[in-house]
Design a protein around this ligand. Structure first.
Ligand code: NAD
Length: 347
């Protein structure tokens, strides 16, 4: 079994990587390293070996994998050190703060010949997987529009995530997940990127955003993260030439309304608000079929299973360097668009 050290014993390091390593039996946890002595003591209290320095981790020849789960601005230095010491590296998202930094990480990985990937764990979200299945199945026909949203109401967390110097803000925090998911759903080239940034609770970083991607096949994606929404909008909404699909909440199945007959024999006008309309009158259930799309089963720890098999040359990495760079490029374009208020030509 491959030996793992988790660097950073905070929310994600302790709450996810250490927990899964101990529970899932895929990797063997050697210990953790955290820069904060209090976190080191906490790990020891929990019966986990705590390395006294990063150098101690890097000098330990038993270590096969370092998982880096520390604030975003520290990823570059730590990832490069781990790769240079000959360790395989999993880095938390967002892997880097710029394409230039990401390229430095790739160069270090190439030089060391070790594996390097980013923990895009939300590729195992079953709501996203259901939407990807619907897209690929043709259940709603050729898709021309996808909306992916996540809404909270507490503003941006008041830790390092609200500070620009630490790589804070919602594009880097949640955007990275939703962008990665959309790029996994729609394989087409991106034509243009337009983004509007929110600064509702702080001016320091974006505390939400609305991002529009236009793909070369004409499909559009709208990605939205909000932290000041007291009513949430649907998690996913998809329109295709044969119907529409929606997931209202990430705990629920997708609902599909398929248009079985385009032409209706008779449309009765309805009275809405202060007017009368046929255009917006609801369709009857003779010309449509409504059903639920059962969500697939997924196990997020398949990310680690894949990484371990890839070290042994048994599988290709699921989260590849070109995919990581593409997501980073979209995030950079989103910042540029938001700051200049203009549409950015992409590929
Ligand atoms: P956190 O603040 O809870 O924990 C970070 C820990 O890193 C702290 O214990 C801190 O003392 C330690 N640390 C800081 N600098 C260090 C260094 N140079 N070396 C060693 N330890 C250091 O933060 P978090 O929520 O755990 O986030 C950590 C990373 O995980 C971030 O990149 C974040 O974006 C990512 N994250 C990913 C997900 C996900 O779903 N994939 C969810 C939450 C956070």
């Amino acid at each position: 079994m491959k030996n793992l050290v988790v660097i950073g014993y905070g929310g994600m390091g302790g709450g996810f990587h250490v927990k899964h390593a101990l529970e899932d039996g895929v990797v063997n946890l050697l210990g953790i390293y955290d820069i904060d002595p209090e976190k080191q003591r906490k790990a020891e209290t929990n019966g986990i070996y705590s390395y006294s320095s990063l150098d101690e981790v890097l000098a330990d020849e038993r270590v096969d994998i370092c998982t880096v789960a520390i604030p975003n601005d520290s990823h570059l230095e730590t990832v490069v050190k781990c790769l240079e010491a000959g360790k395989n590296v999993i880095c938390e998202k967002p892997v880097a703060l710029s394409c230039t930094d990401l390229q430095k990480m790739f160069d270090a990985a190439d030089k060391s010949g070790k594996l390097f990937s980013v923990h895009q764990n939300r590729r195992w979200d079953v709501d996203y997987l259901a939407m990807r299945e619907i897209y690929n199945s043709g259940a709603v026909g050729e898709v021309f529009d996808i909306e992916s949203r996540i809404h909270g109401s507490r503003g941006i967390p008041s830790d390092w995530r609200c500070l620009k110097a630490h790589g804070g803000g919602m594009i880097l925090d949640w955007g990275v997940h939703l962008i990665d998911q959309i790029l996994q759903i729609v394989p087409e080239k991106i034509k243009s990127v337009y983004c509007e940034l929110d600064n509702i609770t702080t001016k320091e970083v974006d505390d939400g955003f609305k991002l529009h991607l236009l793909f070369e096949n004409g499909c559009r994606a709208h990605i939205e993260v909000g932290t000041y929404n007291f009513i949430s909008m649907p998690r996913f909404y998809m329109r295709g030439k044969k119907g529409s699909a929606m997931i209202t909440d990430w705990r629920e199945n997708a609902k599909i309304v398929e248009c079985t007959h385009w032409h209706e024999s008779e449309v009765l006008p309805v009275e809405h608000a202060a007017g009368l309309t046929k255009t917006m009158a609801p369709r009857d259930d003779v010309t449509t079929r409504t059903y639920e799309w059962t969500r697939p089963v997924a196990d997020v720890y398949d990310y680690y299973r894949n990484f371990v098999r890839a070290i042994d040359g048994e599988e290709e990495l699921l989260v590849t360097h070109p995919q990581m760079m593409r997501v980073m490029r979209v995030m950079e374009a989103a910042f540029e668009s938001g700051e200049k208020n203009k549409v950015i030509d992409f590929e």
